[in-house]
Design a protein. Structure first.
Length: 142
């Protein structure tokens, strides 16, 4: 189960990174009309589009994934909290336009994240997320 869990984390980290960088390369292989349509993504958004928010989101996801890989309990909680914040924020992003392969990658990430959540909370992997203080568990430091 440990190998599956960590493999899923690596898989999602790679796919998430690819997903975030794809908009910068879409113009290389998509027809001009489709690129213009993709540029309309975010139309009607309540939250203005910002590079800081965009790249900050990727960095936070990768940091959380790194923490999950090493079984930090804060990362497990952060994963759930950040996911809930993402769901809520989606309501304010306006229209979302994705190329078919971007939609596929997004779906794969969602499926993998669901599997990660299930493994973290419904299997023995959840026991590995102990609160660490300087490399020692709380029980060892007392």
């Amino acid at each position: 189960m440990d190998i599956l869990f960590r493999s899923l984390l690596i898989f999602t980290a790679i796919l998430t990174s690819v997903f975030f960088f794809l908009p910068y390369f879409d113009h290389m292989w998509l027809p001009y009309e489709q690129v213009l349509l993709l540029d309309r993504s975010g139309l009607g958004a309540s939250i203005p589009n910002s590079n800081v928010i965009y790249w900050g989101t990727l960095i936070v996801w990768l940091l959380i994934t790194f923490g999950l890989f090493f079984y930090y309990s804060l990362a497990r909680v952060s994963f759930v909290v950040f996911y809930v914040i993402g769901f809520i924020a989606t309501l304010f992003h306006g229209a979302i336009v994705l190329a078919p392969y971007e939609s596929l990658i997004s779906s794969l990430i969602s499926l993998a994240d669901g599997a990660i959540l299930a493994i973290m909370y419904l299997t023995s992997i959840g026991d590995k997320f102990e609160i660490n203080l300087g490399g020692k568990s709380i029980g060892e430091s007392i």
